[in-house]
Write a protein that binds this ligand. Structure first.
Ligand code: NAD
Ligand code: UDP
Length: 312
């Protein structure tokens, strides 16, 4: 059994990863500064002897005692409205925090996994996106604080692998959804989900023809775990290839809830990618991984969580 450090443990994905590691018998040190996370995501672990929590900004300091065997770096604002509000924190999460966590992995002889993103492909000219594609990123646009920080994070991760021999992994995570997403985090599923439940107009940006492909969180966590335990040092896409336009998503959620609120079209944010779908051939071949949870099942579980969150 490993002793794993999870940076970003109080976040949406991080807290599910912690649950998975604990369920498998590992010991986990979770680190978070709650900049976009929520303590409640870890409340159920308060009495868990194999879970320990440290509050810290991993861009500055990593006050974790004892050797660790695995370092998962998930600490970063992830939703566009979060990273546009927190540009410097986002840049430092990709740069300084990645360096500090890689250095810890080097000193401890641990494996390191970087939670990168499909945003490294920018507004992709190749569809679906395959890992060999270098991307189409605006280096000075508003999204660059996130996209370029993650691209730098991938570069320093590969440098630690090449020059220091650290066993590193890079997960390029595509849009993921599920319980524990913040209702107000601005990402499309919580945004539309909350609007449907509150009976408010659904805010579609642009004409809604842009596409995304949505992966349920338990599938992603399985992929992250398998990637960490694999020998794959090249980047690996993790996502669900089932692609939908934003308008299709709005209509799906409306009809699933039996509601008929209007759609309100709003301006498309700058540099919003027009299409996104992962090519998951590498994950299938190297990790024997593919998503298992269908959209209907995943959305039902997520909407049930949003209902509870609204009632709180
Ligand atoms: P999230 O905002 O829910 O979680 C991120 C967590 O990191 C939060 O708890 C936050 O407080 C913490 N954090 C941020 N900066 C920190 C710092 N300097 N020190 C300590 N803690 C810090 O986001 P998420 O959706 O769970 O995303 C997790 C990771 O996965 C992120 O790195 C994100 O870029 C990546 N990712 C997520 C998606 C997705 O669809 N959810 C897609 C691509 C990549
Ligand atoms: N989007 C939208 N209305 C919203 C929030 C998002 O139409 O209220 C669109 C957004 O413009 C993008 C897509 O939904 O095209 C996915 O947005 P999200 O913020 O979830 O993720 P990302 O852009 O990072 O893929």
């Amino acid at each position: 059994m490993a002793r794993a450090l999870v940076a970003g443990a109080a976040g949406f994905v991080g807290s599910h990863l912690v649950d998975r590691l604990i369920a498998d018998g590992h010991t986990v040190v979770g680190v978070d500064n709650f900049i976009t996370g929520d303590r409640r995501n870890l409340d159920h672990l308060q009495a868990e002897p194999r879970f320990h929590f440290v509050e810290s900004d991993v861009s500055r300091d990593l006050p974790v005692d004892g050797r660790v065997d695995r370092v998962y770096h998930l600490a970063s604002p992830a939703s566009p409205i979060d990273y546009l509000k927190l540009p410097f924190e986002t840049l430092y999460a990709g740069s300084d925090a990645t360096r500090i966590l890689l250095e810890r992995a080097r000193v401890d002889g641990a494996r390191f996994l970087m939670a990168s993103t499909s945003e490294v492909y920018g507004d992709p000219a190749i569809h679906p996106q395959v890992e060999s594609y270098w991307g189409n990123v605006n280096p000075i646009g508003p999204r660059s604080v996130y996209d370029e920080a993650k691209r730098y994070a991938e570069a320093i991760t590969m440098a630690y692998h090449r020059y220091h021999g650290v066993p590193t992994r890079i997960a390029r995570i595509f849009n993921t959804y599920g319980p524990r997403m913040r209702l107000n985090d601005g990402r499309v599923i919580p945004a539309f989900g909350a609007q449907v439940l509150r009976g408010e107009p659904i805010t579609v940006f642009g004409d809604g023809s842009q596409t995304r492909s949505y992966c349920y969180v338990s599938d992603l966590v399985e992929g992250l775990y398998r990637l960490m335990e694999s020998g794959l040092t090249l980047p690996c896409n993790l996502g669900n290839p089932t692609e939908k336009t934003v308008l299709e998503l709005a209509n799906y959620l409306r009809s699933a809830a039996g509601s008929d609120q209007p759609i309100e079209f709003r301006p498309l944010p700058e540099d919003d990618p027009k299409q996104r779908r992962p090519d998951i051939s590498r994950a299938k071949a190297e990790l024997d991984w593919e998503p298992k949870v269908g959209f209907d099942t995943g959305i039902a579980a997520t909407m049930a969580y949003f209902r509870e969150a609204l009632a709180r």
